[in-house]
Design a protein around this ligand. Structure first.
Ligand code: PHE
Length: 412
């Protein structure tokens, strides 16, 4: 059933044994929500760009990259789980849909950019629920300085200005050391430079968090914005951090970042700098009170017409239509075990955005035959209208027949 070639953004690509992009995914590639005026993701992009007015603002790089660019160039090990066909979308063995905006770091630095933001759609195979969608949007930000006295003077000036701004603000920051034995400076970096750059990264992002969340999370003196820094690991930065913001009683992970590792990634000698990557949907869902990630893709005028370019407003839900649950149980094919993401992509391909949630409710291996049985519960619900029983049954029977034909399962 797989065509010999796929046409993506006007180019043709041969398919092969590892091709796993589906029509439902390829349909999203040309949409570029982050560039549609008045779309919440576009307004949020603009807001973040306005925090970095003197940075280059890039937003039109193709999502098709080589696995080399997405992984190897950033020092991801050969056996990193993100490379698996169960986790990432491959057009063929040489071309994939980027899984993160960091895939462009080396390229942009090589171009000679020293301060830049890059917004783009990224693709990851995942489960299905109200906060996961296989296509989402990230923003990468990066800045490099000369690794010498003049560069560090620039950092210190900038740090002084940002510190003053924070001192006047209603924010409580839980910090950790810039460098520690478990979050070390890179061998090629001067530790004093790395400290200053890490501080610059933290100040720059703390002020960004204040700009984004200062209004919603901590509106009063008694209720300041709380931001916390956590040690992290990324193959292409060290030290590395994650930033979380306290919102409605919970710590929410907002972004990953760190001091960039040029010795392994780019030939930009005598430079030192930082990079961060944040997911736009998660932040937009908070700022606009958007309850379901599928809404970003809605063409319903009751969604789109609510938003105005450059303005953050509270989403007014226009009713929740009833759910329809359908279960399917089957024996996994004997030759290979079926991955949950294969099931989810199949459902997504048949049902599109009519699927709200998929849960595995049973998974066992028969003690005698050692066959594996799984049961999934699919929650069908449209964001825009009531679904009829007949319509859902029709979708469910397509899911069932494709499970048999495509994935070789035996329905129970
Ligand atoms: N690319 C990382 C991710 O998607 C985030 C990141 C960006 C981390 C830049 C460090 C530096 O999780």
């Amino acid at each position: 059933s797989l065509p010999k070639h796929l046409e993506i953004l006007g180019d043709h690509y041969p398919t092969d044994a590892i091709t796993n992009v589906t029509p439902a995914i390829l349909e999203k590639v040309p949409l570029r929500l982050h560039a549609q005026p008045s779309h919440p993701l576009s307004t949020l992009r603009g807001l973040i760009e306005s925090h970095y007015p003197d940075f280059a603002h890039l937003s039109s790089l193709s999502p098709l990259v080589t696995p080399f660019k997405n992984f190897d160039e950033l020092s991801f090990p050969k056996d990193h789980p993100g490379r698996a066909v169960t986790d990432s979308y491959y057009v063929n063995k040489d071309m994939m849909l980027r899984t993160h905006t960091s895939a462009h770091e080396v390229e942009v630095f090589r171009r000679g950019e020293t301060k830049w933001l890059l917004t783009a759609d990224v693709y990851r195979r995942d489960e299905i629920d109200g906060s996961h969608y296989p296509v989402f949007h990230q923003m990468e930000g990066a800045r490099i300085f000369n690794a010498d006295a003049s560069g560090m003077e620039e950092v210190e000036e900038n740090n002084a200005r940002l510190s003053q701004q924070l001192a006047r603000s209603n924010i409580v920051i839980e910090d950790i050391p810039h460098i520690s034995p478990t979050n070390p400076v890179q061998p090629s970096h001067d530790p004093r430079y790395s400290e200053l750059v890490a501080l610059n990264l933290k100040l720059s992002l703390n002020t960004l968090m204040l700009k984004l969340f200062g209004g919603v999370a901590g509106a009063s003196r008694q209720d300041p914005l709380r931001v916390r820094w956590i040690e992290a690991y990324f193959p292409f930065t060290s030290p590395s951090f994650e930033v979380e913001v306290f919102f409605q009683g919970k710590w929410l992970e907002i972004l990953g970042c760190g001091v960039a590792g040029f010795d392994c990634e780019v030939d930009v000698p005598d430079k030192i700098g930082w990079a961060f990557g944040l997911g736009l949907e998660r932040i937009a869902m908070i700022l606009y009170s958007i309850p379901d990630i599928r809404l970003f893709w809605s063409l319903d005028s009751r969604f789109i017409s609510q938003f105005e370019d450059g303005k953050i407003t509270t989403f007014r839900p226009y009713s929740k239509y009833p759910s329809c649950f359908k279960d399917v149980s089957f024996w996994s094919p004997q030759e290979r075990s079926l991955h949950e993401n294969d099931f989810c992509d199949l459902v997504r391909d048949v049902a599109g955005d009519l699927v709200e949630d998929v849960q595995k409710i049973d998974d066992f291996v028969h003690p005698k035959t050692s066959r594996r049985s799984m049961c999934f519960r699919i929650n069908y619900r449209s964001m825009d209208r009531s679904l009829s029983n007949g319509e859902v049954n029709e979708i469910q029977s397509q899911v069932v027949s494709r499970l048999t034909d495509q994935l070789g399962v035996e329905i129970r």
